[in-house]
Design a protein around this ligand. Structure first.
Ligand code: FAD
Ligand code: SIN
Length: 545
């Protein structure tokens, strides 16, 4: 199959890009590939909202920029921060025009929330289900575009480069080019190739690498792993953000329910087992300090008290007000016997967001030609060492837009006779790209070989590469990852591909990249805290693999 624009992922980044390209190029075809149903994305679970300066009387671009830079702990690219903060407002207007609704106050202005690290109220939200509303609006707008086709339940295995047409490709190959992807179509169980002059990776995060995460099952870091295999550049993977307040439910591990930071923004107080409001001992901003500080404080309190969680106290809230802003959380708590007016909510940190990822420039271009990346899988320079709450939906829309602008220029300029990477694609032709080779492989006889390795990986990442790290833990983690890698590659050689096997392989790669970057960063900064190097170093540097 051939398509003019290929989009991998149907979250906010992929859908925004697809919609924009479709509007600008009605005569071109756009194909979105997504590995389960189209709305199963991190985007759908976003609760708190999207940060943007909307009230220019009280707030300003400079304040939002400053808050982002402070959270990023010296590693943000200031130029990128300015781009996102300033262009974000226009992107929000667009999604409102496409049908997304944000809560309003009594005067008819936007009801703006506040979260950790924000000096002003600037979070637009749709109750506590903002992502679901944005995903709904985008999918509905997409369904009205005849030139977009959505291929759901199609698992992308790898991106196609010169490597697949017989050339040696290494990290130092100067012009690696992307010609499309190989896809396992789960509807037919066939492996197909989709070729395209332009591909956008919008494959989201990797929280599933950890035992407890707010991310759904799809978040296995596939895009990052694919780019790494294709010899593209990956950056700052050590900065994994742990959300301080995932709901603690004994026995629930894979996908934890989030208690949005907006609850603390509205006055929720963290307390330990003794009822002590401990954040006052850690930071002057108390419960609304940036996430790295709050998560580390909770981790410390849990270790001191030997407990698996702390509490979020909302008993002083007006019930009506709580239900009005957080109906989903209210219902969820009630469903497990927690009445927020009588009981405190048990919460613990959980892996939440990957600040690093596929390295891109200010137009969403990766180090591989014809390949763009946007959203959580990308490392644009916005977040630095720690993402400011509610900046990721904004970043995804801004970079989907920038990638769209560049893609349209690139595709319109290219002809088979000019010398550009797209022209090379036009010369390669679909027939030269070989079909996926599956000779000599068999259906796996024992799924336990995959599921047990997934469990081991999650456990070792949570225990050794979590909120607090040290050199010994990182060393042990790497040794175990090496073993899992060898075993899984051997299995991969002789087994027909399945999403479970490929996700395991991708998660092992992502875990390797997190540990490798953590090992290189010999300091503590933002989300990366290593007790052997407890201080920030003088030099600020990105780690690029
Ligand atoms: P996603 O929305 O995760 O979409 C990824 C897509 O890629 C999916 O469609 C998936 O199927 C597809 N995909 C992945 N691998 C493959 C493959 N191999 N083949 C085919 N398809 C593939 N951010 C905020 O700014 N504000 C918030 O309030 C907020 N709250 C959050 C709450 C929760 C519980 C979580 C988990 C995250 C939250 N975030 C929030 C972060 C934010 O939601 C995500 O960073 C953002 O939605 C990512 O969007 P995306 O388009 O990059 O990826
Ligand atoms: C939340 O609602 O607390 C999550 C916000 C975010 O991750 O940006």
């Amino acid at each position: 199959m051939q398509t003019d624009f290929l989009v991998i992922g149907s979250g906010i980044a992929g859908l925004t890009y697809a919609l924009k390209v479709a509007n600008a190029c009605p005569d071109k075809t756009i194909t979105i590939v997504t590995k389960t149903q189209s709305d199963e994305t991190n985007t759908k679970y976003a609760q708190g909202g999207i940060a943007a300066v909307m009230d220019f009387d009280k707030d300003s671009f400079n304040k939002h920029i400053e808050d982002t830079l402070i959270a990023g702990d010296g590693l943000c690219n200031k130029e990128i921060v300015e781009i996102v903060v300033k262009e974000g407002v226009e992107r929000i207007q667009e999604i409102i025009e496409w049908g997304a609704q944000f809560d309003k106050d009594k005067e008819g202005g936007f009801s703006l929330g506040r979260e950790g690290g924000h000096s002003e109220f600037r979070i637009l939200h749709h109750k506590d289900v903002t992502g679901k509303e944005m995903e709904r609006a985008l999918l509905e707008a997409i369904s009205r575009r005849p030139n977009i086709q959505m291929l759901s339940h199609c698992f992308v295995l790898d991106i196609i480069t010169q490597h697949h047409i017989g050339f040696l490709v290494t990290k130092s190959t100067p012009d690696i080019e992307c010609y499309g992807v190989y896809v396992l179509n789960l509807n037919t169980q066939k492996i197909e190739k989709i070729s395209s002059p332009l591909t956008l990776l919008a494959t989201g995060g990797n929280g599933q690498v950890y035992r407890t995460t707010t991310n759904p099952g799809i978040a296995t870091g596939d895009g990052v792993a694919m780019v790494y295999r294709a010899k593209g550049r990956i950056e700052n993977m050590e900065f994994i953000q742990f959300h301080p307040t995932a709901l603690y439910e004994p026995g629930v591990r894979g996908h934890s329910f989030l208690i949005t930071e907006a609850v603390r923004g509205d006055g929720g107080i963290l307390r330990n087992q003794e009822g002590d409001a401990f954040m006052v001992r850690y930071d002057a901003r108390k419960d609304l300090a940036p996430r790295d500080i709050v998560a580390r404080a909770i981790d410390n309190e849990m270790k001191i008290n030997g407990t698996e969680h702390v509490y979020l106290d909302c008993r002083h809230f007006s019930k009506e007000k709580f239900i009005e802003h957080f109906p989903n959380i209210y219902e969820k708590c009630l469903s497990i016997g927690i009445d927020i007016q009588q009981h405190m909510i048990p919460v613990a940190p959980a892996a939440h967001y990957s600040c690093g990822g596929i390295k891109t420039d200010e137009w969403g271009r990766t180090s591989i030609k014809n390949l763009y990346a946007a959203g959580e899988c990308a490392s644009t320079g916005l977040h630095g060492a720690n993402r400011l709450a509610s900046n990721s939906l904004l970043e995804a829309m801004v970079f989907a837009h920038r990638a769209y602008q560049q893609s349209v220029v690139a595709i319109n300029e290219a002809t088979p006779t000019t010398s550009s990477s797209i022209s090379n694609y036009l010369k390669v032709g679909l027939d030269e790209i070989p079909s996926w080779k599956s000779e000599g492989t068999n259906v796996p006889k024992e799924m336990i070989l995959i599921t047990q390795s997934v469990k081991e990986l999650k456990l070792l990442m949570s225990d050794y590469v979590g909120i607090v790290r040290n050199n010994e833990r990182l060393y042990r983690a790497m040794k175990r990852i090496d073993l899992l890698y060898e075993e899984t590659e051997a299995l991969y050689e002789k087994t027909s591909v399945s999403p479970q096997l490929c996700e395991l392989r991708n998660m092992i790669t992502v875990a390797y990249l997190i540990v490798k970057c953590a090992d290189f960063r010999q300091e503590s900064r933002g989300l990366h805290f290593n007790t052997d190097y407890p201080n920030r170093s003088e030099r600020t540097q990105n780690i690029v693999l």
